[in-house]
Design a protein around this ligand. Structure first.
Ligand SMILES: Cc1cc2nc3c(=O)[nH]c(=O)nc-3n(C[C@H](O)[C@H](O)[C@H](O)COP(=O)(O)O)c2cc1C
Ligand SMILES: *[C@@H]1O[C@H](CO)[C@@H](O)[C@H](O)[C@H]1NC(C)=O
Ligand SMILES: *[C@@H]1O[C@H](CO)[C@@H](O)[C@H](O)[C@H]1NC(C)=O
Length: 220
């Protein structure tokens, strides 16, 4: 059973930043403070170590780099990119008009900057099956910032990912995740996509690190 937090987007960002930086209990539930602490010391070390592991073939998709991610490698795989840059946090966005994308950027940059190096990625541009490999990166975390449209539908860029987790019976154990929804309470299917994805990832064996956060456009 999960509880839902109703906060607006700005408050949500602030809160996450605050909680993570201060290391308060509520947000840092099961997945431990140690996880975050190890990351600080680990970033440089990762970079050194993972440079040795770059022999796998280059694939054809690409990741959108953001201000958060300043590394430019020839690698287009988000897993390789994470490893090569010593990052352990990837923030995916399901966005139509940019709100969720902007929020994802803020999460990666502001909210988590003191503890985890993050990058933002468009699920449409990524091989999302690589989520299975997130467990190969120590203390990794995948965050999903997802907007809802229409009859509770995902955005175009999140559709493929949504269908993959809906229809697949993939085993996502070892994946640490958090979902943040962006919606507008005046709609009937308020934040339906985020609520569903949060639930579904758990069903597939992934570990929820933060409780589902729901942002309401209308609460500004
Ligand atoms: C045509 C339209 C339909 C929407 N449908 C929903 C909905 O069913 N449920 C919901 O929670 N929000 C709904 N919203 C609100 C958006 O999800 C919300 O504005 C969100 O922040 C948009 O994020 P984006 O800019 O990243 O696409 C809708 C917005 C529009 C314009
Ligand atoms: C993860 O951490 C453990 C212990 O800290 C270490 O032995 C292991 O090599 C690390 N694995 C990866 C893939 O970084
Ligand atoms: C939320 O939806 C209502 C109804 O469509 C709309 O009037 C309002 O402007 C929306 N709020 C925001 C912040 O987009």
């Amino acid at each position: 059973m999960c509880t839902y937090t109703y906060v607006n987007v700005q408050k949500m960002t602030d809160k996450i930043a605050e909680e993570i930086v201060s290391g308060d209990e509520p947000f840092l539930g099961t997945l431990d403070i140690a996880l975050l602490l190890v990351l600080i010391a680990g970033a440089t070390w990762y970079f050194m170590r993972n440079r040795k592991k770059e022999e796998a073939p280059i694939r054809s998709y690409s990741i959108q780099p953001t201000t958060v991610s300043t590394i430019s490698t020839a690698e287009n795989s988000f897993i390789k990119k994470l490893k090569a840059s010593g990052r352990s946090l990837v923030v995916f966005y399901g966005s139509q008009t940019g709100t969720a994308e902007e929020f994802a950027g803020r999460l990666a940059k502001e909210g988590l900057r003191y503890r985890m190096k993050g990058m933002v990625a468009d699920p449409e541009e990524c091989d999302m099956e690589e989520l299975l490999q997130m467990k190969d990166i120590n203390n990794s975390l995948a965050v999903f910032c997802l907007a809802t449209y229409g009859e509770g539908d995902p955005t175009d860029n999140a559709m493929e990912f949504y269908e993959w987790i809906t229809n697949g019976d993939v085993d996502l154990s070892g994946l640490n995740y958090a979902v943040f929804g962006l919606g507008n309470k005046t709609y009937e299917h308020y934040n339906k996509v985020a609520i569903y994805v949060d639930k579904r990832l758990e069903e597939l064996g992934a570990a929820r690190v933060f409780e589902l956060g729901l942002g309401d456009d209308d609460a500004k």
